[in-house]
Design a binder for this molecule. Structure first.
Ligand code: TNX
Length: 718
């Protein structure tokens, strides 16, 4: 009787693990008959060098019995099998045991990730209760590339250590094994140096009394942070346990304004033109001629090499403003003395000097693709090709080991659809495009592929700061599920089909991401208006909501409804912690383009003339100086204009920069008398006029931000 009861009880509490699609998909996966039950008596054992991996597994799987050796029944065994590729793994689930072997620690770690994905999703919430059954199977697997990375920009927007660790965990779950840590840039210095403590203490914060000016959002406060060396070592170790190598980046010789604001002596010796910038020195390039600079770089590299275990240090080399070297008498003298033909060759000289410093500390440089345009750098230099696939091919053809990371596929700071936040310079794309990435179809032959060290996704964080970076939501939204698709393409070269991937995403991975607490992005709902009925649908089972903008009322959508003003209804979908962007029908999204003339108290450059701001396109006008209180921008319509909403914005289209920091908007019905209609917030405002308008004027109530121009955009009229 007791046995019967026990069996009944066991059956009742047994959670059945569905054999689910693993992301990234293993190269060989076979279902076998039967299942293995992991219960309170299951014993975990491991080879000595796998201790950290075993402890990691125990965070997720609450086992209580351990053995040093053993391969008995009801066991899980982790072992090294040197006949497998280094990061390869063989996972076998039999009815009486699980054996998991890998070619190295990393291989076993990858196998652990496959095993976790075969368990119910709550394993990721660390709330799995035993017993749990898992279907018998065999997965034999190895990655295509040794380098499967994410680059994270913590310079533009500060991300504290505990949140970096969270992303390390999320990368690990997707078998991504490199974190390229973008630690310095024009807007911040995030790494503590014992030899120069002021770099981080001052350069880690911008705004307020900091010499580092706020460039994007949070203009009114001193904001930021930095990692202590202890925190960085902890991150490196945390990542190592999760099979992730952390590669630090100190971006030089350009992108160094934050450091230049603290140490003016690193910059070139010419008098900066601060008249156009409300006093700000916008030099951001290390002077290549000063010997003292190489001594300072030696200090930096010496310390950075002791913190990070990676053989590589990324030293930047992107977007160097060569005009600063052109204006610098010392750099010009250097050019003559060393027989350099161009400013580009000054960059080669600079990077060669830094490479020699790295060598002194046993490190090898990684650089952005511009740095190898000249092709003179040592061939061990690892190149990150970011501008386009062509730039990656060029680096490969010059013989450099190359990390392929074209912005148009892998820059997850790009918008995912037209009406969302993000950059657009490379492309607008979602996970589907990431999954379609195929080196073979982009001109990479076998010979080229031999030089491809791997793939990297990236997130640059200029726009992040506008989205409450104190929470992870925006970063999660930009990374997932694009990063899941990236994990696939970096893992194997199999031919893929979006529908299959999407279905395993929706049926299995949504719940895993949910359990991991990720605020991932859902597909945009499809909204239609026809025959007086407004309807919406999604293909991922998420719940749809709609809001009537006239009263702010939010309602759960269940069925098409009759409606005579579809232009007021905004839709979005939700699935636990995940959400879609806000969208609507054609009518809701429709923009008006009434004929308008734009004028300003400031003159605009010939390259970006004021007429651009009247085109209702992404063309911008750019003034030739910063703004002061009283400066204005006026939009006059050819005819009185009726609309429901006008979005007024100064500054870059996708980035709050080059804007009126304080100001207001005035509107006029007759073009003569103006009334104050709104205050600017982050350089913009929304007005909902109840009468036809003839003109709109934006007036600055103070200086613009510390840039040498103001960007004027077209109005957005709905
Ligand atoms: C280009 S990636 C940059 C970054 C920006 C990024 C924005 C690279 C080498 N340079 O400085 O943050 O675009 O997408």
């Amino acid at each position: 009787m007791r046995t019967k009861l026990l069996i009944f009880f066991l059956l009742a509490v047994l959670q059945t693990a569905t054999v689910s699609a693993i992301i990234p998909n293993p190269s060989r996966f076979t279902h076998c008959s039967g299942e293995f039950v992991i219960d309170a008596n299951t014993t975990l054992s491991w080879d000595e060098e796998l201790r950290d991996a075993a402890i990691y597994l125990l965070e997720y799987l609450p086992l209580r019995h351990f053995a040093q050796t053993g391969n008995g029944t009801n066991s899980i065994r982790l072992s090294i099998d040197s006949s497998l590729p280094a990061e390869g793994c063989a996972l076998r689930i039999d009815t009486d045991r699980i054996t998991l072997s890998g070619g190295s620690y990393g291989g076993v770690f990858n196998g652990i990730q496959s095993l976790l994905q075969l368990l119910p999703a709550q394993v990721y919430a660390k709330s799995l209760h035993l017993p749990v059954s898992v279907g018998c199977c065999e997965a034999v697997d190895a990655p295509r590339f040794d380098y499967r990375g994410l680059s994270l920009d913590v310079a533009r927007t500060w991300i504290p250590a505990d949140r970096v660790k969270r992303y390390i965990d999320l990368l690990a779950c997707h078998k991504i094994n490199k974190l390229h840590f973008h630690l310095t840039d024009d807007e911040g210095w995030r790494i503590e140096l014992k030899s120069h403590p002021e770099f981080a203490r001052t350069g880690g914060f911008r705004g307020g009394d900091s010499p580092v000016h706020p460039r994007y959002a949070k203009f009114d406060e001193k904001w930021g942070g930095y990692y202590t060396q202890r925190e960085l070592r902890d991150i490196v170790e945390y990542a190592r346990i999760r099979n992730i190598e952390v590669i630090p980046e100190i971006d030089m010789p350009g992108h160094s304004k934050a450091l230049g604001a603290i140490r003016h002596d690193i910059l070139c010796d010419f008098v900066p033109d601060t008249a156009r910038t409300n006093g700000l020195d916008i030099r951001n390039v290390w002077c290549a001629a000063k010997e003292s600079n190489y001594a300072l770089i030696d200090d930096i590299i010496r310390e950075v090499s002791t913190i990070f275990t990676s053989k590589y240090i990324h030293i930047g080399g992107d977007e160097v403003d060569m005009s600063q070297w052109r204006k610098c008498p010392d750099c010009q003298r250097l050019k003559r003395e060393k027989g350099l033909n161009s400013e580009k060759q000054i960059e080669d000289y600079f990077i060669a000097r830094v490479t020699a410093i790295l060598a002194k500390y046993g490190k090898v440089p990684a650089v952005w693709n511009e740095a190898v345009d000249g092709g003179t750098l040592p061939k061990a230099t690892r190149v990150h090709g970011w501008q386009s696939i062509k730039h990656c091919l060029r680096a490969v053809e010059k013989g450099y080991p190359t990390i392929v990371m074209p912005g148009a596929y892998f820059y997850f700071d790009m918008k995912q659809s037209a009406n969302e936040a993000g950059h657009t310079w490379a492309a607008i794309f979602d996970a589907k495009k990431v999954l379609s990435f195929d080196l073979d179809r982009n001109g990479f032959t076998e010979r080229h592929l031999a030089k491809v060290a791997g793939l990297e996704a990236s997130f640059f964080s200029e726009i992040y700061i506008e989205h409450s970076p104190e929470k992870s939501d925006y970063l999660d939204y930009m990374l997932f599920p694009r990063l899941c698709a990236f994990a696939e393409v970096a893992w194997s070269s199999r031919k893929r089909n979006w529908d299959d991937f999407h279905s395993s995403l929706v049926t299995d991975h949504y719940d895993r991401m949910q359990a991991m607490g990720i605020a991932f992005r859902l597909c945009t709902p499809n909204v239609k208006y026809a025959d007086g009925m407004l309807s919406a649908s999604t293909d991922d089972g998420a719940v749809i909501y709609y809001t009537d903008e006239r009263n702010g009322k939010r309602t759960r959508y269940t069925a098409p409804f009759p409606c005579d003003a579809p232009e007021h209804f905004a839709f979005c979908s939700e699935y636990g912690s995940a959400g879609s962007c806000t969208t609507g029908s054609k009518e809701y999204l429709r923009m008006l383009t009434p004929q308008v003339t734009v004028t300003s108290s400031m003159t605009c450059s010939a390259k970006n003339p004021i007429e651009n701001a009247a085109t209702y396109s992404n063309k911008i006008a750019r003034t030739t100086r910063a703004a002061h209180a009283g400066d204005w921008i006026a939009y006059s319509f050819a005819e009185p204009m009726s609309c429901r909403k006008i979005e007024v914005q100064t500054g870059h289209i996708h980035l709050r920069r080059c804007l009126f920091l304080a100001g207001h908007v005035e509107i006029s019905e007759d073009g003569k008398t103006f009334v104050r209609a709104a205050e600017l917030h982050n350089g913009g405002a929304v007005i909902c006029p109840d009468k036809p308008l003839t003109a709109i004027r934006i007036v600055a109530d103070g200086n613009s931000d510390a840039e040498d121009n103001v960007v004027i955009q077209s109005l957005k009229i709905k």
